[in-house]
Write a protein that binds this ligand. Structure first.
Ligand SMILES: [Fe+2]
Length: 287
């Protein structure tokens, strides 16, 4: 590679990594180098623009620590996280669509009874979320583990807010033997992803905003199935069509203002009234 030129640089660099020991890593690297070089060529990136890009990444690194990863946020804001999830979801066409896990998941939250009310001392309208969980071959997933988490009426998740009880508005429940699950909670609200770092710079440069429509996070685990990560969105939220991180999927946007039927009032007789209902079934991909 003594004489590197505009015309041979891409193949020269690809060849330099040709001995990458791991096959998959080698394939990804070669593709990355080719596409990255094509991008730089097509954009005719100037040295000044390249320096600005490197400084931008350095600012993202500076605001990254154990609590916060600005690179994940940049991936979210550019739709890359959503694309990776959408590619993964294509493996089983009969399964429900999944979406992003987000940064606020906490493992091993307290176990609550199926049908319990998580709303506690939180303000906001009460909503009963219920449905049935089955596998993509139609087998009901009795005993499936369901972890839920969401923000409080101040827009913050418990993990972000020392003034909230440690496990406010999150918990782990298990479906009954037919795969039925239910829980009541306080209606979550729309919130902004952090805008005080490189992610915020990107969003402002693009004339966008950092808002996410209100949603309840849910993660379902069952024997013989792939872990299912989802969010249940408020279809009536003003940001439902402009989620900052491109996480909304049509089937996951449901009305949060649905009044319960007589049957639902009877079924959820133990839940303090008034409440709205959201009926959401989940179909898990087989492992
Ligand atoms: Fe969230």
């Amino acid at each position: 590679m003594r004489n590197v030129t505009y015309d041979n640089i891409t193949e020269t660099v690809v060849q330099a990594y040709a001995s990458t020991a791991d096959g998959r890593t080698g394939d990804i690297l070669a593709l990355l180098i080719r596409r990255l070089h094509d991008f730089v060529r097509e954009a005719k990136l100037t040295p000044r623009e390249w320096e600005a890009a490197m400084a931008f990444l350095a600012r993202a690194a500076a605001s990254t620590d154990e609590q916060r990863n600005e690179f994940i946020l940049l991936s979210d804001l550019l739709g890359v996280s959503a694309l990776v999830d959408l590619i993964d979801g294509r493996r089983d066409k009969n399964a429900s669509i999944t979406t992003l896990m987000g940064p606020f998941y906490v493992p091993k939250t307290p176990v609550i009874l199926n049908g319990a009310d998580l709303s506690g001392g939180n303000d906001g309208e009460r909503i009963v979320v219920y449905g049935r969980i089955r596998a993509s071959d139609d087998e009901p997933l009795g005993g499936a583990q369901i972890e839920v988490w969401q923000n409080a009426p101040n827009g913050l998740y418990a993990v972000q807010d020392p003034d909230q009880p440690e496990h406010n508005l999150r918990g782990t429940l298990h479906a009954d033997e037919d795969g039925n699950y239910a829980f009541a909670t306080a209606k979550p609200i729309s919130y902004q992803v952090p805008d005080d770092g490189a992610g915020g710079e990107l969003v402002r440069a693009g004339g966008r905003h950092c808002w996410r429509p209100a949603h309840i996070h849910i993660m379902i685990s069952a024997q013989g199935c792939r872990r299912h990560v989802s969010q249940i969105f408020d279809a009536g939220d003003p940001y439902i069509d402009e989620d900052a991180v491109f996480g909304v999927r049509g089937p996951l946007a449901v009305p949060y203002d649905q009044q319960p039927s007589e049957k639902e009032l009877t079924r959820f007789a133990d839940i303090h009234r008034p409440f709205n209902v959201a009926n959401v079934d989940f179909v898990l991909a087989r492992a």
